[in-house]
Design a binder for this molecule. Structure first.
Ligand code: B12
Ligand SMILES: *[C@@H]1O[C@H](CO)[C@@H](O)[C@H](O)[C@H]1NC(C)=O
Ligand SMILES: *[C@@H]1O[C@H](CO)[C@@H](O)[C@H](O)[C@H]1NC(C)=O
Ligand SMILES: *[C@@H]1O[C@H](CO)[C@@H](O)[C@H](O)[C@H]1NC(C)=O
Ligand SMILES: *[C@@H]1O[C@H](CO)[C@@H](O)[C@H](O)[C@H]1NC(C)=O
Length: 417
């Protein structure tokens, strides 16, 4: 009798887990597909052994079907070898999702992640929203592995999110939606209805916030949060009041791709699954059968713009009004660089001309982040960082990707988030 009950519960559990929700999704017109194929080729070609192994790239490859099997193998191998102790909670979660989608056993990494989340607590109700980004990835990972043992952790996480009062962040809201949707879909039938109510309530609040971030042109947040937001809106069991036009979003993103806005391989890794109608919640369904290499169709490019040998002048200000009364500075320099150079070249030229402009970078999955200027360094415990602005508008790319124009005024402002 007891065995029969356990058997029955198991079936119900499995049914709850595979309970598929209706999804709003859309697909790319076939004549536009070569652009997406090219994007994928670019991302896969960014995988080299010398680089920082990026789990988000492997996740995207496994979700959409890799072209470059050598790159897939290399990345899997490098992530297997990565040392858990060097990873943050979010990086650990991404690494586990990448490895399991490559059909590798993540080993002890899973229990380390579970422990980290059992001990996780935000600093308080005004903790900034982006502090939930890594923990959301962790809940998503633990949910996909074993939703039953994740339930208490996810309940605490959901309550903390609901109590948080900081300004909304689209990227973080999107990842939190994926995590809580996974939990919502796996609540065992017959279990306490309060779980469904709690996850449903938090999802409702986040999805409303995401839908309020949809611009008239279809962009959700900014172009680099749109990929994650599309994933969130296509899986959520609670629909926003304002309807989302998936087609419109897809079209504007394709336009941005054609304008070369998705060169950074991490930006491709975050948009590609949505372009191919996949989400991180599809990861458990990925099969690792013997893959066959396919030759993608690539676009016929319009002739690349002639590379002009002209120079541009960029005005560059570094401003610290925050740290150390005797250390405050606000200095400006004009530098000349080749037209088409990335902002990093401006910073290097400024540093060469004047020692006050010396700076340091730290490598991340998005590329180099400017961690220190003139000996003033970012500090996670103080929530301080160097923010880059054009005029008074924050840049939405980093220094290794952003290309300044002639007579632009770039400011690096030491500030808090
Ligand atoms: C949190 C966050 C930050 C925090 C990071 C520190 C912290 N407390 O965690 C702070 C506030 C410092 C930050 C700064 C910036 N950020 Co930011 N950030 C994020 C966010 C929301 C989550 C990152 C995360 O936790 N990932 C999870 C962990 C597991 O992955 P990770 O790779 O280890 O995460 C690290 C990197 O993402 C890195 N990082 C964060 N932002 C950026 C930006 C750049 C250009 C680089 C190279 C690295 C980097 O910091 C993370 C923690 O160490 C992402 C959203 C997203 N979609 O990825 C945006 C995001 C990555 N940031 C972005 C931008 C534009 C910036 C800034 C350039 C903004 C500005 N105008 O100054 C600056 C960097 C300037 C500099 N000094 O070089 C864009 C990048 C788009 C692009 N095409 O390059 C994103 C995608 C947001 C968006 N939708 O526009 N960011
Ligand atoms: C929704 O956005 C508002 C305004 O930024 C914020 O105060 C609230 O905490 C957000 N809610 C959730 C669940 O993210
Ligand atoms: C651009 O600047 C470099 C370095 O200052 C200089 O050598 C070169 O002659 C300049 N080119 C033009 C076209 O002005
Ligand atoms: C810093 O310098 C810039 C450019 O010279 C100026 O516009 C700005 O007002 C200054 N800011 C502060 C806080 O001194
Ligand atoms: C620069 O940072 C300071 C300190 O956080 C802030 O008060 C100021 O408004 C910022 N300036 C700009 C242009 O964002």
């Amino acid at each position: 009798m007891v065995w029969f009950l356990i058997y029955l519960l198991n079936i119900l559990w499995t049914m709850a887990g595979t309970n598929t929700q209706t999804r709003s999704s859309c697909s790319i017109p076939s004549e536009q597909l070569p652009w997406v194929n090219d994007l994928q080729v670019q991302m896969e070609n960014s995988v080299t052994s010398s680089d920082f192994p990026n789990p988000s790239v492997l996740i995207a490859m496994n979700l959409v079907g890799a072209y470059n099997l050598e790159a897939q193998k290399l990345l899997t191998y490098e992530l297997m070898a990565s040392d858990t102790a060097d990873l943050t909670t979010g990086q650990l979660a991404l690494t586990i999702m990448a490895l399991t989608s490559s059909c590798r056993d993540p080993g002890s990494k899973m229990s380390v992640l579970q422990k980290q989340m059992e001990n996780w607590a935000p600093s308080g109700p005004s903790e900034e929203a982006t502090a939930f980004y890594g923990p959301s990835l962790a809940i998503m990972t633990l949910c996909q592995k074993n939703s039953e043992t994740t339930l208490p952790i996810a309940v605490r996480f959901a309550k903390t999110l609901l109590a948080n009062s900081s300004p909304f962040n689209v990227d973080t809201g999107a990842v939190a939606t994926l995590a809580l949707t996974c939990m919502y879909n796996k609540i065992p039938i017959g279990s306490d209805e309060s779980y469904r109510a709690l996850f449903g309530q938090v999802l409702k609040a986040i999805v409303e916030n995401i839908s309020m971030s949809i611009k008239d042109n279809g962009i959700i947040g900014n172009i680099y949060s749109t990929g994650l937001a599309m994933q969130a809106l296509s899986v959520t069991p609670v629909q926003p009041k304002k309807e989302w036009d998936c087609e419109k979003t897809m079209n504007i993103i394709l336009d941005e791709i054609k304008q070369g806005k998705f060169q950074n391989s991490m930006s491709i890794a975050q948009i590609l699954p949505s372009l191919r109608g996949k989400t991180y919640l599809d990861l458990p369904q990925v099969s690792c059968g013997p893959d066959h290499e396919v030759q993608p169709t690539l676009p016929n490019y319009p002739n690349p713009p002639p590379t002009s040998a002209s120079n541009i002048t960029v005005t560059y200000t570094i401003n610290n009004q925050l740290r150390g009364v005797e250390l405050l500075f606000n200095v400006t320099i004009d530098v000349i660089v080749k037209s088409g150079s990335v902002l990093l070249v401006v910073l290097e030229e400024a540093q060469r001309k004047n020692d006050m402009f010396k700076f340091e970078t730290t490598m991340t999955s998005w590329g180099p982040i400017v961690s220190s200027i003139n000996n003033i360094a970012e500090n996670v415990n103080h929530n301080t960082y160097w923010q880059f602005l054009s005029g008074t508008t924050p840049l939405n790319e980093g220094v290794a990707d952003y290309i300044p124009f002639n007579n632009e005024h770039i400011t690096a402002n030491f500030t808090q988030y």
